[in-house]
Design a protein around this ligand. Structure first.
Ligand code: GCW
Length: 723
């Protein structure tokens, strides 16, 4: 096509006139940046032929994406339409949208609503790359996949890919309040500008949808699980409608967090009892109201009877009663309920790690078909490392949905570089052993473990607590974009390797320079373990500052509830450290399938990474290295700091290979991380030494300040706190 040649050459001219090197990159374009991707030398471009239908918004989205990706033109310069290219060399569409695709008679069975295939074929003697799907959104995903191959420098001449997502609901959870505060958010304010909606539709909403679609995310819960009932009022629903309209072409549905007591707060009812007929009618009416505006509304996410939120137990009803009441209201519209299992009570003397299991397992099989129970990856709360949640595998009669945290509440907020891919991978691959070996958490989630009973008809899903805000780079730091990216890629295929994902992201985000890709990926892959080391290794957990969760607070005790303190979790005494969750202790181990329970019950066999999660041991107990628990813990603190120092050095060495703006910010953040890792190390050693009374091994630096200094530090305005 002539326009292709024209656009390409005019871009060259513009670049020559401006004489600018790589433009300063503020990270706004995420992994979709055009960057320095060379003009692709592929048949379609050489021949100048792209055939992609443009009859629907989703088709136009895919077509525009191809133009951006292939020609490098975006914004006002982009051509407004692709001329009909007949037997195009790049052929995109569905049998319904494209006669050329229909003529190929491709086998699209089994790709479902969202799958696609990409294939190199020959048509009338010419090489053609086909991106085909049964539905428009599949071609959109296929287009992004094709561009991913292009941007990561993969060969494009003999393609034969067939992909469908393993999980149906791949959702972001925004903990965004209506006043734009983001709970546990470290990237500025909420991107939802509620006050100016629906009149002002920020173009950023489209960019948001596009970024999510590019990694396969197909749903978003707009508001905090600590929910405000106002979101369900007509005024807000009119705003939600506009967001839903904006996201729809990108295959993304909206969901809302529903406050259980909304019938009282905005409905004027005297009760929110789920068995009350007026309450049930109110929710049915509310669902009708929502669907009248948003016909493809996804459904409700609910945090009930957890950390002070209202719920069915306020009326002596069960979680199943509450979830089912909402599920019945949504069912006529094909909506679903995502009911969170993050529940624990401070009035309950039982180990907090056991409470969700105790509450939910008795209700297995009692939830409606359109309910997913949403379970955090571990039994406490998104710690840098936790064993997989014992609920996975323990509720065969109930579809469970994973909840990961993308934002880094416990891994250094947005300033620490911590790639969470390995954390996600570790949990998804963990073997529950509930149906013999290979009963991985991923197979619990995708339902394949239960195919015999369900015939593959189970609802499936995964949620990630978003790290997105108004910061130009969306996530608060350039490297935190990788956590959003990795979450989406694993939601699509939970078997992907986190290293492969890190490499893919690095190539798209920073370029294909081999001298950059390997060191960056290596750095990302050690980063999470570094956080584990400098915040508390060997299975320690929940040691952070009170309330805001910023920095170390292993001394935190007292306050409103024991299970919000650090001492509750580490249980350090002069003789030893760790939480005894064995059969002789809190017996949390027995919530796992017998082979796993036996493993975790046995102090000799428990993986060292979980030693102090499951066992209270003597400070003098030898570990695998030969060092005592005390010396090993100190060693890990030092190792964590050293790893960060190494990451800094690696990054310094890449100064010539990264644009100055992004390089400088990452460098500054790594400097902050090193200081804070050192702070965690010093404060933790000072505290634990005051308890253990053990000397530091030869050569270990004592903390430079007394414990009282670390305890005195206060951060009343640390971001992201609950409000
Ligand atoms: O991770 C903890 C957070 C709370 C959060 C809660 C939850 C939304 O500290 O801020 O509240 O868990 O997941 O419900």
């Amino acid at each position: 096509m002539r326009w292709l040649a024209w656009v390409a050459s005019s871009l060259v001219v513009v670049a020559m006139l401006s004489g600018a090197p790589a433009r300063a990159d503020d990270g706004y374009d995420l992994w979709l940046r055009q960057g320095d991707t060379p003009a692709p030398d592929i048949a379609a471009v050489r021949a100048g032929r792209v055939s992609a239908p443009v009859a629907t918004p989703t088709q136009r989205a895919a077509r525009d994406e191809l133009i951006r990706g292939l020609v490098g033109a975006s914004g006002p310069d982009a051509p407004s339409a692709v001329p009909d290219a007949g037997d195009g060399a790049l052929l995109v569409g569905t049998p319904a949208s494209s006669p050329d695709i229909a003529a190929l008679g491709l086998d699209l069975d089994g790709l479902g609503d969202e799958g696609y295939l990409i294939r190199s074929v020959t048509v009338a003697g010419r090489p053609v790359t086909v991106i085909a799907a049964a539905h428009d959104v599949g071609t959109l995903y296929g287009t992004f996949a094709f561009l991913r191959l292009l941007r990561t420098g993969q060969p494009l001449d003999a393609l034969n890919l067939r992909e469908a997502p393993r999980l149906q609901r791949r959702v972001l959870n925004h903990w965004d309040d209506l006043d734009r505060h983001v709970e546990r958010g470290y990237a500025g304010q909420s991107i939802w500008d509620w006050h100016r909606l629906p009149g002002w539709v920020d173009p950023r909403y489209t960019d948001y949808a596009r970024a999510n679609a590019s990694i396969g995310i197909n749903g978003t819960v707009l508001n905090n699980v600590n929910a405000n009932a106002q979101i369900l009022t007509p005024m807000y629903l009119d705003k939600v409608r506009v967001l839903a309209d904006t996201f729809r072409p990108w295959g993304i549905r909206v969901y809302l967090s529903a406050r259980f007591s909304a019938p009282m707060e905005i409905g004027g009812l005297p009760t929110a009892d789920p068995l009350d007929a007026a309450v049930q009618a109110w929710w049915r009416g509310k669902a009708d109201e929502i669907y009248a505006r948003i016909p493809d509304f996804g459904g409700f996410l609910v945090k009930a009877n957890s950390e002070g939120q209202p719920g069915p137990q306020d009326y002596g009803r069960s979680h199943a009663d509450g979830a089912n009441m909402l599920a019945d209201a949504l069912a006529p519209h094909d909506g679903i309920v995502m009911w969170r299992a993050f529940v624990y009570s401070d009035e309950e003397p039982v180990d907090r790690a056991k409470q969700a299991y105790n509450e939910f397992v008795p209700h297995d099989g009692q939830f409606r078909d359109n309910v997913l129970v949403q379970v955090k990856n571990g039994a406490i709360d998104f710690q840098p490392r936790e064993p997989f949640h014992p609920l996975f595998g323990a509720m065969p009669g109930t579809p469970l949905m994973m909840e990961f945290q993308i934002t880094k509440e416990y891994l250094g907020f947005a300033t620490h570089l911590a790639f969470k891919g390995p954390l996600y991978e570790e949990v998804l691959r963990a073997d529950t052993q509930v149906r013999g070996e290979g009963s991985t958490v991923a197979r619990v989630l995708d339902g394949s473990l239960y195919d015999d009973e369900s015939g593959g008809r189970r609802l499936t899903g995964i949620a990630g607590v978003a790290n997105i805000g108004t910061d130009r780079n969306w996530s608060g730091s350039h490297f935190d974009q990788a956590n959003w990216y990795a979450y989406g890629r694993l939601a699509w295929n939970p078997d992907l390797s986190s290293r492969d994902i890190a490499e893919e992201w690095t190539r798209m985000t920073f370029g294909n320079d081999a001298g950059l890709v390997t060191p960056v990926v290596d750095m990302m892959m050690v980063s999470r373990e570094a956080v584990v080391d400098y915040t508390g290794a060997l299975g320690l957990h929940h040691l952070m500052g009170r309330g805001h969760h910023y920095g170390p607070g292993p001394w935190v005790d007292g306050g409103p509830r024991a299970d919000w303190t650090s001492v509750y979790f580490h249980r350090a005494t002069a003789e030893g450290i760790g939480f005894d969750r064995t059969r002789g202790g809190s017996d949390a181990v027995s919530q796992y399938a017998p082979p796993v329970a036996d493993l975790f019950d046995d102090v000799e066999r428990t993986p060292e990474a979980f030693l102090l999660w499951f066992h209270h041991v003597s400070w003098d107990r030898p570990t695998a290295s030969g060092r005592t628990v005390w010396d090993e813990l100190v060693h890990r603190y030092d190792r964590g700091v050293a790893t960060v120092r190494g990451m800094r050095a690696t990054w310094e060495g890449l100064a010539e290979r990264v644009d100055p703006a992004r390089h400088a910010q990452v460098a500054a953040f790594l400097a902050i991380q090193e200081q804070e890792a050192q702070w965690w190390r010093d404060a933790s050693i000072a505290y634990f030494q005051s308890i253990s009374q053990r000397p530091l091994a030869a050569g270990v630096e004592p903390p430079p300040q007394p414990l009282s200094y670390y305890r005195s530090l206060a951060f009343p305005y640390a971001p992201g706190d609950t409000q």
